[in-house]
Each structure stands twice: as C-alpha cells, then as structure tokens.
Design a protein around this ligand. Structure first.
Ligand code: GLN
Length: 488
C-alpha cells in the first residue's frame, strides 16, 4: 500500500511508530499528484519544495505526538497562505501573494501539517461544479467526464484520488458537503462561529464557514479538534470549549433520535439517490437510533433566501477588488476606466451575475422587498430547526438531489445549477453544523459508471459531536467509504 492511500489516523499511527517518515509520506503524495493531476487538474499551485523541506524538518524533530504532525493536506485556494499565491479561482487575484496566513493555516502549521499546495475552486466559491474557475476544469476521479462538485471541487478531487490525505474547504451554501458527496468523501461544515474565517477570502460573511474534507469521519473529527476554537481576529468565533471529537464519536448511538424532514425528499430528485438515502436512514434503526418524522416547512424557501442574501453580501465583499490594491489591474486612461475595465476583465460571468443581483436587492426601493424580506424568512427557517431540535438529536436528509453530473450539463443554466444546493443552503442559513458521509452508489441515467451518493446529517448548534458520532457509527457499519474511484 502506498502511503498516500492512508487515512490521517492510520498515517499518524505509522509516523508515531516510526514505520515511515513524514518525508516518505509527502513523497508518495507528490508522486500521486504527478501521476494523476495532468488529467484531474485539482491543483492550481504546488508547493513541493516548501512541503519537502517542512517534512524533513519535522522528521528531524521526530515528535509525532499530535495527530496532524507530518500529515499532508491540500488547501482550497481561498485561504490566504503567507508567500504562496492565493487566487480564489479568479483572474482578478491571478498574481495575489498574501503577506499573511489565515488563522486555520497557522493553527495547522503549529501542529506540523505539511501543505502540498493550493487547490482549484469555483471563482470566489460561487458554483456547484468548479466549472466557474478561471484556471482549470477539475475532474471527478470516479468518472473524469463528470464534475467533482463545488465550490471546493479541487479539495474533493485531491482527497478522493489519494493525492492528499485531507483538504480544507469552505461552505457558504454547501461547498464542502456537496463536493464531498459527489466524490465519495466525508465533508464537514462546522457550526457558524466554531472555526475562524480570519484570512479566508469572504464570499457571504453571514454564511461562510471553514471545514475539513476527509476519507473518514474520524479524520474529520481530528481536523476539527485542531482548527476549532475562538480567534480574537474573527469576532464571530464563539468561546466554547473545543471537544474531544475523535474520542466522543466512538460512543454508540443507542437511543438517539433522528429527525427525517418530509420536505427534503422532493419530486425532482433522482429516485435512486432517494432510495440510497432512505436505506441509509433505516440502517440507523439497526444501530439503535429512533427515527422520527419532523417538518421543516420553510426550508423550501431556503434556496430563494440564499440567492438573495448570498449575492447581497458577495456584492459588498467584492467591492474591494478594484484593481488598485490587489491583483489584476487593467490598463486604462483614467481611474474610473481602470475600475470598470479591471472588474470587467477580472470577474467571470457567474460573479458578474451575482454582483448585479446583489446590488439590485440591496438598492433603495428594492431593499425592503428583497433583502429585508429574505432576512425575515431566514428567521423562520431557523425557527423550524429550533422546533425540530426540541424533539430530535440530529436531522438527516440527502446531501444533493443527484450524483455528479457531466461537464457542461448545468453550467449554462444557472437555475438548474442552483438547485444542486437545495438540501444544503438552509443549514448555512440557520448557522448549524452539517456533515456529508458516503451512503451508496448509483448509476446515472446518462452514464455507465457507478457514482457516490451522500447522506447529510444536520446537528444542533455547537453539537458537532453528536452529529459526527452518528456519522461515525454509520460509517463503521457500512463499506461505502472503502470503495475507491478509478483514479486513486
Ligand atoms: N453552490 C453554492 C453557490 O453557488 C454554494 C457555494 C458555497 O458554499 N461556497 O453559491
């Protein structure tokens, strides 16, 4: 077995027992990247020299007591990395090299993590397929005619193909959970406020959250332990103790109550995906959990709310990219032309569409009808969850209505693309934690290759532990996470 095929927990055991070194582990990852990335195009920037130097330094010290020491990771290109280009998938930041690192990157560095490079994503995290990236079309390792999901598609492809042991992603409306689901991985979006976003380029600040994409639930727990916690540089982080997630998830789940919302099994969804998810939920009965019907009626307005609030916040957050301070700057005769040209050249069509939508819904005369109204419905969405969580410990739904689709299938039809987020956005709107775990394999109607299906678990705010405990117990009782894609 090559070392890049290991999980974090397995690699940690091996490093601690001195069965292999951090250098050998990183070498196997780079060998896999060299073998597969011409086809997959997961990476935008490789940092091989720095990574190998770091791994050697870590081996010299030889202290592998912390779980992430010497473990390679791929970083979504939305995290600022000191001295390493950070493009956010956009032409406008093509040459941006941040002079500082995001807080989570610093925390992982303190643990002795080894960053392999920066991975592809939809431009400014806007998309569900990674097709809006200015840089590359990342392929799904299970079937390279298909998208890896998005916006953290590079992260998903890198881990699923064993280029990296894990990756960091961000999730504003589903961007960790959906690509994890489409690539057969575990994707965790923690509670809003659980992990610092300092140094993470903002998409929609009231929704954005950082999280890991891993091969197993235990690995996700290990990464969460390392990155969670209050950060004075991000005022939205909450000062609650970080739990021993990796330990707590190993308790059994007897007597836990699982809510299944009827509104999350919609007409338009793939019937086989639905069947896999229902079967998975039934499996929890065998494991001793109790299944309860719940109702989240306002979740069906979630997508409408999201596509008002997100562009509004995005349009405001992207105002700073004007060609003066960061990145791409167009040649022009005067300042106004410089602004206009820079933004016209620097942003792709999906970003321009969202800036226009957001500016419109925030403008005077429309604000009350759109932005304010969406904020009110946001409260209703959250209240539904509050009520449901009076009865249950966790809620389960599909992660995505379909398996991975083909390139070009949805990219020219924004509404169809936006529907990919139907089951994930309400979790961000309510600020709750969510996780996707592999729960089946389905043959798409337009293809021959079986593609992975994801089950979404939604937890109470700051109770990632119970949610991951359910996910872990399910994973241990099934074999879905052991299946490997064609390129791995
Ligand atoms: N796919 C969603 C969108 O296009 C979610 C993006 C995200 O979570 N960053 O906005």
């Amino acid at each position: 077995m090559k070392l890049n095929q290991l999980t974090i927990a397995q690699a940690h055991d091996g490093l601690k027992a001195k069965k292999f070194s951090a250098t050998e582990l990183a070498k196997d990852c780079f060998a896999q990247i060299k073998k597969t990335d011409q086809e997959l195009e997961a990476f935008i920037t490789l940092t091989e020299e720095q990574a190998m130097a770091r791994a050697e330094a870590i081996d010299k010290v030889g202290d592998f007591s912390k779980p992430l020491t010497g473990i390679p990771l791929a970083v979504k290109d939305i995290f600022c990395t000191n001295g390493v280009r950070t493009t956010v998938g956009s032409r406008i930041l093509e040459n941006y090299v941040p002079p500082f690192s995001a807080s989570v990157i610093e925390r992982l560095e303190q643990q002795g993590s080894v960053m392999l490079g920066k991975v592809n994503m939809d431009e400014f995290a806007c998309g569900s397929s990674t097709e809006t990236s200015f840089y590359a079309k990342t392929k799904n390792p299970w079937d390279t005619q298909r998208v890896p999901g998005g916006s953290s598609g590079g992260s998903a492809a890198a881990v699923s193909s064993n280029q990296s042991l894990y990756a960091l992603g961000t999730d504003t409306g589903g961007s960790i959970r959906q690509p994890a689901s489409l690539c057969g991985l575990v994707g965790l979006k923690p509670t809003y406020g659980r992990v610092s976003r300092y140094g993470v380029v903002a998409m929609a600040s009231s929704l954005d959250q950082v999280g890991p994409m891993t091969k197993t639930v235990e690995d996700a727990a290990l990464v969460l332990e390392a990155i969670a916690g209050v950060d004075p540089k991000d005022a939205t982080t909450v000062n609650l103790p970080v739990r021993e997630y990796a330990k707590e998830i190993k308790q059994d789940i007897k007597g836990l109550k699982i809510g299944v919302p009827k509104e999350y099994f919609i007409d338009g969804m793939d019937k086989e995906v639905e069947a896999s998810v229902r079967e998975a939920i039934n499996k929890f009965k065998d494991l001793g959990a109790e299944i309860v019907d719940v109702s989240l009626p306002h979740s069906m307005s979630g997508l409408a709310v999201y596509y008002i609030l997100m562009p509004s916040e995005l349009s405001s957050n992207l105002a700073k990219f004007d060609g003066v301070r960061f990145g791409h700057s167009a040649k022009a005769d005067n300042l106004l032309e410089n602004y206009l040209q820079t933004r016209a050249e620097g942003f792709g069509p999906e970003i321009r569409r969202r800036i226009m939508l957001g500016t419109y819904s925030l403008s005077s005369g429309y604000y009350d009808a759109y932005y304010l109204k969406a904020q009110k419905v946001r409260t209703l969405v959250r209240r539904d969850f509050d009520q449901a969580f009076e009865q249950v410990d966790c809620i389960m739904t599909p992660t995505s209505p379909t398996v991975a689709f083909k390139f070009g299938e949805k990219v020219d039809d924004p509404l169809t693309m936006y529907l990919s987020d139907i089951f994930t956005v309400s979790v961000n709107i309510a600020g709750l934690p969510g996780i996707s775990v592999p729960c089946g394999m389905v043959k798409p109607s337009n293809g021959e290759t079986l593609m992975p299906v994801g089950l979404q678990l939604i937890g109470k705010a700051f109770d990632e532990s119970t949610m991951m405990r359910l996910a872990y117990n399910y994973e241990q009782a099934t074999d879905w996470h052991k299946l490997k894609p064609a390129i791995a």
